[in-house]
Design a protein around this ligand. Sequence first.
Ligand code: NAI
Length: 333
Amino acid sequence: MVKAVVLGAAGGIGQPLSLLLKTNPLISELSLYDIVNTPGVAADLSHIATPAKVQGFLPADDGLKKALTGADIVVIPAGVPRKPGMTRDDLFKINAGIVRDLATGIATTAPKAFVLVISNPVNSTVPIVAEVFKKNGVFDPKRIFGVTTLDVVRASTFVSEILGDLSLAPSIKVPVVGGHSGVTIVPLLSQSSHPLPTSLKGDALDKLVNRIQFGGDEVVKAKDGAGSATLSMAYAGAEFAEKLLRAAKGEKGIVAPTYVHLSADKAGGDAIKKEIGKDLDYFSAPVELGPEGVVKINSLGKINEYEQKLIQAALPDLATNIEKGASFIDAPK
Ligand code: NAI
C-alpha cells in the first residue's frame, strides 16, 4: 500500500502529474492538495479505472494535514512558474515561503515520507525543505530529492534528435549533474549511452549543451506568458517517482540523477566534493535508490576537460543558490 500526495495538484504540472500517478499501479492512494480546485481535479481523476483511491483537499479544515497523513511519497509542484524574461531565481520571493510552509506540514505530519521537490528554484527550495526538517528534528537527507529529471529527459531527446532517430530517445541515457538552472545544469555528454558523432564539437557542441541548460526557456518563450514546462515536467516527475517507488519495493540497481544533500551518503558525497573541488552541501549526481531513499551517491565518472569547465562554471551560482535557500530558514546548525 503506497500513499502518494501532490502539493500544488491543481496547477499546470500538478494536474498531469496527478493523472500519471493515478495510472501508476504501485500507488494505492493519491491525495491532492492545492489552495484551489482540488475537489474538481480529484473527482475527475477518481473516475479512471485504476486502483488508486483519489481524494482532494483544500487548506480549510486542516486540509494539508489530512492530505499528508500516512503519506509515503510527497511531490511538490506548488508555486508560481516563470514568465518570459524571468530566471528561476526570480521565483524565490514567492516560492520560498510556499515551500517552507508545505515542508513544515510534511515535517510535522509525514516526516518519513520521500519528498520530491519540483518547485523552483530547485537549487534553493531543496535546502529550504532540508532546513525546515532540521528545525523540526526530523531531517533525513536520504529522503529529500530535488527533481532534475526533466534535464535528463531533455538531454535524451535532444541527443536523439542529433542522432536523427527519435525512437532512440527512451533508451538514451545522459547523466546530467550539478543543479537545476541555467549554467548549473551540466550534461555529461561524453558518457552518453549512445555516443555522439565525433564531428560534434566546437560551436555545435556548445549549442547542444546550451539547449539542455536553457531548454526550459524554449517552452517559456513558446507559451508566451502562460507559464513554463508543465507536461514534460509531469512526465519527468512521474518517471522519477516511479523509479523511487520501484526501488522502495526492493528493486536493485536503480540509478537516477537527482539533487540531494551530500551527507545522504557520506563517502559518496565526499567523493563528489573532491571531484568538483568544492565543499558544497548539495549537488545533483547519479544516485542509487533503495527502500530508504538514497543508497549511494555515485561518482561523476570520467569527465573530460570540457565538462570539467562546465562544472567549474556551475559552482559559483550553485553555492549562492544553496546559501540563499538555507539561510531563508533560521535553523540551528
Ligand atoms: P502553476 O501556477 O500552473 O501551478 C502551481 C499550483 O500551485 C497552482 O495550482 C497554485 O494554486 C498552487 N499553489 C500556490 N500556492 C500554494 C500553496 N501554498 N499550497 C499549495 N498549492 C499552492 O505552475 P506550474 O507550471 O505547475 O509550476 C509549478 C512550479 O514548478 C513552478 O515553481 C515552476 O517553476 C516549477 N517547475 C519545475 C521544473 C523542474 O524541472 N523542477 C520544471 C518546470 C516547472
